[in-house]
Design a protein around this ligand. Structure first.
Ligand SMILES: CC(C)(COP(=O)(O)OP(=O)(O)OC[C@H]1O[C@@H](n2cnc3c(N)ncnc32)[C@H](O)[C@@H]1OP(=O)(O)O)[C@@H](O)C(=O)NCCC(=O)NCCS
Length: 227
């Protein structure tokens, strides 16, 4: 007996069981450091076995994560889809006064939803936030820098996304960082590379017509809400 796709999947989910509503970021909000649910959601994103290799010194638990965010003065944002699920997160880490760089950090998308356009929506919102707001001590951010750990599984995804958004690779191999590699069960040193974009470059990028397509989820549903 041959069953049609509609009978097998009566709802509008794809062959992996993912619904279009899951891919549409409708809410982008600041993580509440007092909320256990928010901290746990970010902790899960950062420490999931498929994401953890992309971060050096991952937090040991959600309270440790909260302490690190406070100590490093990192402002984190969470992306929610129209089902209310937290599907991604990322942060802005500001240079201390007298230093130059402001960093995009802790960017991660829920593993089963990766490669479907959530990262694009998330990073655009984060960069908008970085350049449209000031630091806690009232400074403008003129430039944003991202450090990517090379050589771990899927490391190229973030550079691909950054290139699409006109970040420039600095082509400098920076210091190596310690990364726990799941496959071999031990910590190894991995090189990193840096990407950056200036505020003026981002303003130009934001005006290009293809930004609407970039902000559309990969399944053709292009209703991207702005909150
Ligand atoms: C990097 C990351 C945030 C991107 O988010 P995402 O939702 O997967 O990204 P998008 O779907 O918007 O796609 C970005 C690009 O990466 C590629 N990509 C991302 N995930 C992919 C996957 N699982 N398989 C194949 N390609 C993938 C896409 O091809 C896409 O390029 P394209 O638009 O030209 O096709 C996400 O993959 C992630 O959380 N990775 C693990 C953590 C990490 O690396 N964080 C960055 C630390 S600096």
């Amino acid at each position: 007996m041959v069953l049609s796709r509609e009978l097998l999947q009566p709802d509008n989910s794809d062959e992996h069981g993912i619904k279009p509503e899951q891919l549409n970021v409708v809410r982008f909000r600041e993580l509440d450091r007092k909320s256990e649910a928010d901290l746990k959601a970010l902790f899960e994103l950062l420490t999931h076995p498929r994401n953890v290799e992309h971060f050096s010194k991952p937090p040991s638990d959600y309270l440790n994560l909260r302490d690190k965010l406070i100590r490093d003065n990192t402002k984190v944002y969470l992306a929610e889809n129209s089902l209310g699920e937290i599907v991604g997160g990322g942060g802005i880490n500001d240079a201390q006064e007298g230093e130059h760089d402001h960093w995009l950090v802790k960017v991660a998308v829920k593993p089963d939803l990766q490669g479907k356009g959530i990262g694009r929506q998330l990073v655009v919102r984060l960069v908008d936030e970085a350049f449209n707001t000031k630091t806690s001590d009232g400074r403008d951010r003129g430039k944003l820098v991202v450090s990517v750990i090379r050589n771990v599984d899927g490391w190229w995804r973030m550079p691909k996304l950054l290139g699409l958004l006109d970040f420039r690779p600095l082509h400098i191999m920076m210091e190596e960082v310690d990364v726990f590699v799941q496959d071999i069960g031990k910590t190894v040193k991995q090189p990193t590379e840096r990407w950056e974009i200036r505020k003026i470059e981002w303003q130009h990028r934001r005006q290009r017509a293809d930004i609407k397509r970039i902000l559309s989820p990969r399944n053709g549903n292009d209703t991207v809400a702005s909150t």
